[in-house]
Design a protein around this ligand. Sequence first.
Ligand SMILES: [Zn+2]
Length: 242
Amino acid sequence: MTEVEGIVLKVQDYKENDALAWLLTETEILTVRIRGYQKTTSKLRNCAQCFSHVRWQIHSKVQGFSLLIHGTCIDFFAFQNNLLRQSIAFVLRDIFLKIDGHSSYLNLFLSILHAVSDTDQEFYFRIVWLLKQILINEGIQPYTDGCILCHRTDRLQVLSKTQGGFLCSNCNTDKKTDKKEELIKIYSIFHAELENFELCRDRFVFSLQDVLYWCEWFEYYQQVHLKSLDFVKQIVKLESSA
Ligand SMILES: [Zn+2]
């Protein structure tokens, strides 16, 4: 029997009475079978809710899925009816499920769930920090050391998603430009080490727009479509028109 700790990312009915659960641990995503989960009397239901922080005893099998034997719920994040923030958590969940390496994400994701009733700045900053980590690890981060086309380091004007990095005034054929502060923010975030975490948070403004931007960047360079991201955008549209 093995003990694992992590966040439940997804639970899905499996066969007649069981479920499969995806658990984000410190090193990977485990897929675990939960016998009898669909029965309302199942004692294992409480420790297998989406976005709960759990400790599980599992029985690993040579063939087929590991089995959940016993579990404890360490923390449960209820999102306090904040549909927008909950939907963003689903986007992050879908991103996790689309990438292969998962080391170092558990604590970052936990800190986001803990910040769910915090200020926008705190909540969105933590998500941007996680996203930049994912983009770097996946090798799809923006090029920010100069103009991505001609490599000059001055007169940088805009971050281009389609080009994959900064563009200078010569190479930027669009009319669109970014504010200098925005370029400094992007440069800093992607060059920051863990010890610069607080410095970045206190120095720059982070909003939902940043989160949406980097999720779209992920979609574009991983060539995937995140339905959960469409849902977030829909909520934003509805909220702004209300
Ligand atoms: Zn250039």
